[in-house]
Design a binder for this molecule. Structure first.
Ligand code: CUA
Length: 323
């Protein structure tokens, strides 16, 4: 019988090795000092034990050199591990510019995922090997946490906010997906798999799944349904700012601030429109809180992102002008 209890999960992403090296180094350094201190305690107990009943201890003047040494050496060690850890952290949480974006919505107690091409899955996500993959994540109810041990990446998934992680899977296979934040009675069953496939198999898989609608197309439909066009139109009479080219630009607000029009901004502007009013407009837009599912909000955001940037709307300022 060959029982193998793995010491660490499989390494299946480009960053897994880096995380493991740091972990091993920390365990190694801790073990070294634990053994060193324990051994010295034993040695000193034996060597400096009281040998006769009338023996008294001798005076000991403190040694400045010794104190500086045992302060400076640990300081250098922790600064080194800090710098090392920070470098890995930045790599883990800054997706590369060419990362392909997928969507994750957590709810009690399942993971809903969607591909950029529209395919939906539950408690599973298929991705091709070797593709930098970014997940844009939110929750419909409470705080969950999306954790893929084999990729050494994890992030909380929060209601009312977007968080993201990214990974680049290095070998095909099926990897555990866990919810790593206690989220209610069936938290421990909120599990799934990330299925990493060769690019060809992934294309085959994509083709085998019916596509309801790509998020941007679904968003366009919602945009019409909710009559967003009655205010968000081109021209000076418009009650709301034009949305073409908005995503990624800098927006001047009524209170003089400039904010970046990212996913978080678009989301807030749909659900709490008066939180950030664009300069030159009145806070007349109704909130769509409660009228849209998380998928709906994401679809609208994807539609707005897809609008071409060829016309410069009056509410936008050039990125150079914004700080
Ligand atoms: Cu979701 Cu724990």
């Amino acid at each position: 019988m060959n029982f193998k209890i793995p010491f660490i999960p499989e390494q299946a992403s480009t960053l897994a090795r880096d995380v493991d090296h740091l972990t091993f180094a920390l365990v190694g350094i801790s073990t070294f000092f634990t053994v060193l201190i324990a051994a010295m305690v034993l040695v000193f107990v034996v060597r400096y034990r009281r040998r006769s009943a009338d023996e008294v201890g001798s005076n000991f003047d403190n040694s400045t050199l010794l104190e500086i040494t045992w302060t400076v050496i640990p300081l250098l060690i922790v600064l080194f591990t800090f710098a090392w850890g920070a470098r890995i952290y930045f790599n883990l949480y800054r997706p590369p510019a060419d990362a392909v974006q997928y969507y994750v919505t957590g709810k009690q107690w399942m993971w809903k995922t969607q591909h950029p091409t529209g395919q939906r899955e539950i408690n599973e996500l298929h991705v091709p090997v070797g593709q930098p993959t970014k997940l844009l994540m939110t929750s419909e109810d409470v705080i969950h946490s999306f954790y893929i041990p084999a990729f050494r990446t994890k992030a909380d998934v929060l209601p009312g906010r977007y968080t993201s992680i990214w990974f680049n899977a290095t070998k095909p296979g099926r990897y555990h997906l866990f919810c790593a934040e206690y989220c209610g009675a069936e938290h421990s069953r909120m599990i799934g798999s990330i299925v990493v496939q060769s690019p060809e198999d992934y294309q085959k898989w994509l083709a085998s799944v019916p596509v309801p609608q790509a998020p941007a197309a679904q968003g366009q439909q919602l945009f019409t349904q909710l009559a967003c066009t009655s205010c968000h139109q081109e021209g000076s009479e418009a009650k709301g700012p034009a949305l073409a080219g908005l995503y990624g630009s800098a927006v001047r607000l009524a209170d003089g601030r400039d904010v970046a029009a990212d996913e978080q901004y678009l989301r807030e502007s749909i659900l709490s429109p008066s939180a950030k009013v664009v300069a030159g407009f009145q806070p007349v837009m109704p909130s769509f809180q409660g009228q849209l599912s998380e998928d709906g909000v994401l679809a609208l955001i994807e539609y707005i992102k897809s609008l071409p940037a060829d016309r410069t709307a009056s509410n936008q300022i050039a990125p150079e002008a914004a700080r």
